[in-house]
Design a protein around this ligand. Structure first.
Ligand code: F0G
Length: 481
């Protein structure tokens, strides 16, 4: 993906691929969209795909595959043990990331489960730049505790700071000093800080984290699920590495880490996951758990076809044209929305465009789930499905009280090579309309609230008839579609 210089002066990203397989989608009339979201209990996770126009829920497992990936899938070698597909994947992982050992898992959270089982004991702490929902859940289940040590800029939704995913090194040093290294299970760095709005860390920061780990003999674990975006941002934004190729930056990152795991649903544009490590002892302990929870060591819960696709997908991650697609589309969307005065997380990161629902809807209390309400309003106003990333995604504390999230975001994910620029322009247009009528958006309240992972299965209703008012305004301004 290159920002080709336009003679007319405008700047926009141009796709460095052509589309050869397509999937038809449809856009329901606005009244049917209201009926669909009502039937889904005002929870975007419960919508049916057929009712969605642009699915911007996530990039997980829905990035577009390349012709080479599809071709590789035909070569899949199906066998319970000793599959050549696994060997090909293992070799590619070794070549790119340089670790001795590779263990397959059915997806990213399975790697987190295995790591937590082996490394986390009750009372232990896992410092990290930023948590991810599944990571935190697995550490907590083992009786451990997460300490988020994000740099102060990371907490600002609007900033020019290029590496908002950096860890605050001083706070890490203070934490290790205070608690003692024996209480630290491992230090975790997440590439492409998901819950921060897809914000990267710098290689310089990772080096500093390594220095502290070396001082205290701590393990450094990298969650590389969103590594592709982070690689691109290091290349673009970190001066010292501007001349280095993506492959070389990858090597530098990996050399700094003891353990590296990833969701193959994101990295590698396939479905699955894996864990890389150097230590023989640790490898043996983790290896025992793979057949128990995942599957035999040469598939780990993945289909052989997906392993073939992943091997090719990982290689393609080394291509700057390929990994720049999402970040450049996201930047276009963020810049356009920002120019219209619409509150978005800045600077543009990876994964998706993140709307700041707290700034959109200051008239709503956090207990009315502003990010959840905005996600629902966006579906009604456009047929676009985004993901709530705020208080609704949190869990109540043991006393049953709400845990208010520091951010109220709606993520509009841009999976790689899936959407066209005209679809992104449509999204911008409808968001502009909705922002203009944001005073019409009201809150949500639970009608069914599950104890765990309530954002997946919970059902809600609007706290007033605001959705009918929104639809009436829409029909007046834009008609039925
Ligand atoms: N780590 C990060 C940083 C992730 O973003 C995810 C998944 C996981 C781990 C878990 O991986 O889904 O393969 O089990 N993120 C998805 C998302 C779900 O929509 O952002 P998984």
């Amino acid at each position: 993906m290159t920002n080709i210089k336009m003679w007319g002066g405008e700047t926009f990203p141009v796709e460095m691929h052509k589309v050869r397989i397509v999937q038809k989608i449809s856009l329901l009339p606005v009244t049917e969209r209201l009926a669909a979201i009502t039937a889904a209990g005002n929870n975007n996770f419960l919508l049916q795909n057929k009712d969605i126009f642009l699915d911007m829920l996530t990039d997980s497992g829905v990035n577009a595959m390349s012709d080479r990936q599809q071709a590789a899938m035909l070569l899949a070698d199906d066998s319970y043990a000793g599959s050549a597909s696994f060997t090909r994947l293992e070799q590619k992982v070794r070549e790119l990331f340089g670790f001795e050992h590779f263990l397959p898992a059915h997806q990213g959270r399975a790697c987190e489960h295995l790591l937590a089982q082996v490394l986390v004991r009750p009372g232990m702490i896992v410092p990290m730049n930023v948590h991810f929902t599944t990571t935190k859940a697995h550490i907590t289940l083992q009786g451990g505790r997460v300490e988020e040590l994000i740099c102060p800029e990371g907490m600002e939704t609007s900033s020019n700071y290029p590496f908002k995913g950096n860890m605050d090194i001083k706070r890490l040093e203070e934490l290790v000093e205070k608690e003692g290294p024996e209480k630290i299970a491992f230090v975790r760095m997440e590439a492409g800080g998901n819950l921060l709005g897809g914000q990267p860390f710098s290689l310089a920061n990772l080096r500093e984290v390594r220095r502290v780990c070396d001082q205290h003999n701590l393990l450094l674990v990298l969650d590389a699920s969103l590594l592709a975006d982070n690689l691109y941002f290091i290349k673009q934004r970190e001066e010292a590495y501007a001349e280095l190729g993506i492959r070389a930056i990858t090597k530098e990152i990996c050399e700094l880490c003891d353990i590296f795991y990833f969701s193959g649903r994101k990295l590698g544009c396939a479905r699955g996951g894996g864990l890389c490590l150097r230590d023989d002892n640790l490898h043996e302990q983790l290896r025992e758990l793979v057949p128990l929870y995942e599957g035999f060591l040469t598939y780990g819960g993945m289909s052989v076809r997906e392993m073939e696709a992943m091997a090719v997908g990982l290689e393609e991650t080394m291509d700057e044209d390929m990994i720049s697609h999402s970040p450049q589309f996201i930047r276009y969307m963020v810049d356009e929305l920002d120019a219209l005065g619409i509150p978005v997380v800045k600077p543009a990161g990876g994964l998706g465009c993140h709307l700041d629902a707290a700034a959109w809807l200051p008239h709503l209390a956090q207990s009315e789930y502003p990010a959840g309400a905005l996600a629902v309003a966006i579906y009604i106003a456009s047929g676009i499905r985004g993901m709530e990333r705020g208080t609704l995604s949190e869990q109540r504390n043991p006393q049953g009280e709400e845990v208010f999230s520091p951010f109220e975001l709606v993520r509009l994910a841009l999976p790689r090579r899936v959407f066209t620029l005209s679809q992104v322009k449509y999204a911008i247009d409808r968001l502009h309309w909705l922002y203009t009528h944001r005073h019409l958006i009201g809150g949500l309240t639970f009608t069914h609230e599950p104890q765990n992972l309530r954002f997946f299965f919970g059902r809600l209703r609007p706290t007033s008839d605001w959705q009918e008012a929104l639809v009436a305004q829409y029909r007046q301004d834009l008609g039925e579609i």
